[in-house]
Design a protein. Structure first.
Length: 330
């Protein structure tokens, strides 16, 4: 078996010192760009891989980012978070960082898991998902000065313009606004919105995009996340004689329920648009808003790792990335 390349091999091929190679690996921001590129090229050519355990002992860092994985609950839209976690893991690996996935069934249980991981030196930073108003996880991490980025804005705090931690989110309002404008252009003025009960930060944000186009008097339908509840609500509205040319939905799950309802009512002329662009929507030929979770992952790592490529201290102010989604027409 051939001997694995060493730091000395990289230094020899790149024509630099061993310390310069170490700097490129651990503090690349202090190395001149031309030198850094030469070292990185030598690393790629040789297939060199830093020894993670030795590096952790030397830097007192694990080079690991922790992220919570929700328990499996079935349904349709969970694939978006799966894509995000996969993209985060892939892109973190390109930056010589690892991702550790942990499970928790509640915010309080997640805090305990984060405490254990920090106390054990297993992670250096976190990415939290599924943010909500009054989220105790962000306060806990802030109080301890732990680097983290949220996938999901700090609902409520953004209204003051001064959120106190980094976040990346999808501009749901912009996505639904684009869907609503398309629906009016091709189906008619009577564009209804099928969303979750009020109080969901994500749902309310998506509804704002619809309201920006149709105004205050348009038909707003409400259903919990689920195909059958959505089907029942839309069927009831159609049976009551509501004028509906199109239904823009807060999720693909709701959209599938709406599609079933209009089909059962013999109203195939009613356009239905979902949100999440899941494989289920694609299979059924439903237009949908694509969240671009890969771009979210890029934004998270850009904020978390900063310009040096290393995990940075928590940002102050309103550092954030708002990803504009894309309407996929079918």
């Amino acid at each position: 078996m051939p001997k694995a390349p060493t730091v000395e091999d990289v230094a020899r091929v790149a024509g630099v010192s061993r310390q310069t190679v170490s700097n490129v690996l651990n503090t690349p921001g202090i190395v001149k760009p031309a030198t850094r590129e030469r070292v990185e090229r030598a690393i790629a050519d040789l297939g060199y891989r830093p020894h993670t355990a030795a590096r952790a002992l030397r830097t007192r860092r694990s080079s690991t980012i922790g992220i919570h994985l929700d328990p499996y609950a079935g349904g349709i839209s969970g694939v978006v978070l799966d894509r995000f976690v996969h993209a985060l893991t892939d892109r973190a690996g390109e930056r010589r960082m690892r991702v550790l996935i942990y499970a928790a069934r509640s915010a309080d249980e997640e805090i305990e898991r984060m405490r254990d991981l920090l106390d054990g030196g297993e992670v250096d930073a976190f990415v939290i998902t599924g943010t909500f108003r009054g989220d105790p996880r962000t306060r806990w991490l802030d109080d301890r000065g732990v680097p983290f980025v949220a996938f999901g804005r700090p609902w409520g705090a953004e209204e003051t313009g001064t959120p106190d931690h980094c976040w990346v989110d999808v501009d749901g309002a912009a996505g639904v606004e684009a869907a609503t404008r398309h629906a009016r252009a091709v189906a008619g003025d009577a564009v209804a919105f099928l969303g979750w009960p009020a109080g969901s930060g994500t749902g309310d944000d998506r509804e704002r995009g619809w309201r920006a186009v149709v105004g205050a008097s348009a038909l707003r339908l409400t259903a919990p996340e689920g195909v059958q509840p959505a089907r029942a609500v839309v069927a009831e509205a159609l049976a009551a004689g509501a004028r509906i040319d199109a239904v823009v939905c807060a999720s693909d799950t709701l959209a599938i329920g709406a599609r079933l309802a209009v089909a059962a009512a013999g109203r195939d002329d009613v356009l239905v648009i979902g949100f999440d662009n899941t494989p289920a929507a694609e299979a059924l030929g439903l237009s949908s808003v694509e969240q671009l979770p890969e771009e979210v992952a890029d934004g998270v790592l850009a904020l978390l790792l900063g310009p040096t490529g290393n995990i940075v201290v928590p940002h102050e102010g309103d550092a954030h990335v708002l990803v504009e989604p894309r309407l996929i027409l079918r």
